[in-house]
Design a protein around this ligand. Structure first.
Ligand SMILES: Nc1ncnc2c1ncn2[C@@H]1O[C@H](COP(=O)(O)OP(=O)(O)OP(=O)(O)O)[C@@H](O)[C@H]1O
Ligand code: SF4
Ligand SMILES: [Mg+2]
Length: 338
């Protein structure tokens, strides 16, 4: 019985995204930034989302956070169901994005580290004041308790001498330290889900590896789930349990990291894997995927990858591929596996 309960707890679903369509309504036309994406996140798991620039990774994250520039960019259909740790469920797509309920989910339950840390830290306040404010916004604690918690999280993300550095301004820190401050701020309210959008892309490789290791350690310690967005499959290999590959707003493949690396099915995933320097394959010539991501205003009929796909068939240019489960837990949307 105890074992059964532990297994249930391990598979606790925190977030379900079902048929998400997010679009931008611009002068030039409609951009289908997220076009029917579904996935779930379980407690304690890291889900990687990977794909080239413009594939809809950030917009998927901003849809979950309800931080889209509405009404120009908005969720047009689908559901995003969040299951708070204290029970129940809430459909995020139905909430007013300014409501108290949404504000409490955002920050307290689902925290996000943004692609550009400098734009999310305010240059005129000390990093300490910003973390303390975030804590006091969501937790009923006095300023001194919030300050202690801020020092604790700065320490956890490996900022040396946090008692002193808490009084520094963002510009007094290096890029890597600012990114750690962002992670500290996100962790300060014990979120159940952390969304990290390219958290280390701007940093040099050694610092990147250190921050990722630190994030993984904290994730295990806190039992959080992480949605890790990156264009780098190397980072996915290091960090994620499961991977979702996106191409032009659509999910083209989803699998465990092991399945994806050992047996990539979608020609796009295969192309991505051939185009990155993987450990063990160093020295091998990298082959970038030929061609480029199509303009969102002029998408090809059928499979969006057809113009770049070495295995495209006539059917591919007519019909959008339907997702198939090729092996347990391994999904692909490609006519090669109908
Ligand atoms: N404010 C906006 N107005 C119009 N279109 C937008 C806007 N923001 C994003 N888009 C479009 O939505 C699509 C998805 O963008 P998104 O930012 O999610 O890509 P991404 O996968 O995060 O790319 P990157 O790796 O460059 O961060 C793109 O076609 C993009 O041009
Ligand atoms: S559906 Fe066709 S064009 Fe698209 S990835 Fe598969 S084989 Fe290539
Ligand atoms: Mg992005």
């Amino acid at each position: 019985m105890a074992v059964e309960q532990r297994e249930l707890a391990a598979n606790e679903v925190l977030l379900e995204v079902e048929g998400l369509h997010t679009q931008f309504f611009t002068e030039q036309g409609v951009v289908k930034a997220v076009d029917g994406v579904s996935f779930t996140i379980e407690k304690g798991k890291v889900l990687g989302i990977v794909g080239e620039s413009g594939c809809g990774k950030s917009i998927t994250a901003l849809s979950i956070m309800r931080l889209l520039p509405e009404p120009r960019g908005r969720i047009v259909s689908g559901t995003i169901t969040f299951h708070p740790p204290d029970g129940g469920s809430v459909n995020i797509t139905k909430l007013d994005r300014h409501s108290a309920e949404m504000r409490s989910i955002r920050g307290q339950h689902i925290a996000m580290i943004f692609q550009e840390p400098m734009t999310s830290l305010n240059p005129v306040y000390t990093v300490g004041d910003q973390i303390i404010e975030a804590i006091q916004l969501h937790q009923n604690v006095d300023k001194e308790a919030a300050r202690q918690r801020a020092i604790e999280v700065l320490h956890q993300v490996d900022i040396p001498d946090p008692e002193r550095r808490i009084n520094e301004y963002p510009h007094q820190m290096s890029g890597g330290q600012r990114q750690r401050v962002m992670i500290a701020m996100a962790l300060s309210c014990y979120p159940s889900i952390l969304i990290a959008d390219e958290p280390t892309t701007a940093l040099d490789v050694t610092i990147q590896a250190k921050i990722l290791r630190n994030m993984r350690r904290l994730q295990q310690q806190y039992g959080m789930a992480i949605i890790l967005i990156t264009h780098d499959l190397g980072v996915i290999g290091q960090m994620a349990d499961d991977v979702l590959v996106m191409y032009v707003g659509r999910k083209v493949e989803q699998a465990s990291v092991r399945q994806l690396f050992l047996n990539p099915l979608h020609p796009y995933t295969q192309g991505l894997l051939r185009s990155i320097p993987l450990i063990g394959l160093r020295g091998k010539k990298l082959q970038p995927i030929a061609g480029s991501v199509p303009s969102p205003y002029n998408l090809p009929e059928g499979c969006c990858f057809a113009p770049r796909c070495p295995q495209a068939m006539p059917k591919c240019r007519q019909e959008v591929p339907i997702e198939a489960e090729v092996e347990p837990g391994h999904f692909v949307a490609c006519w090669l596996y109908k």
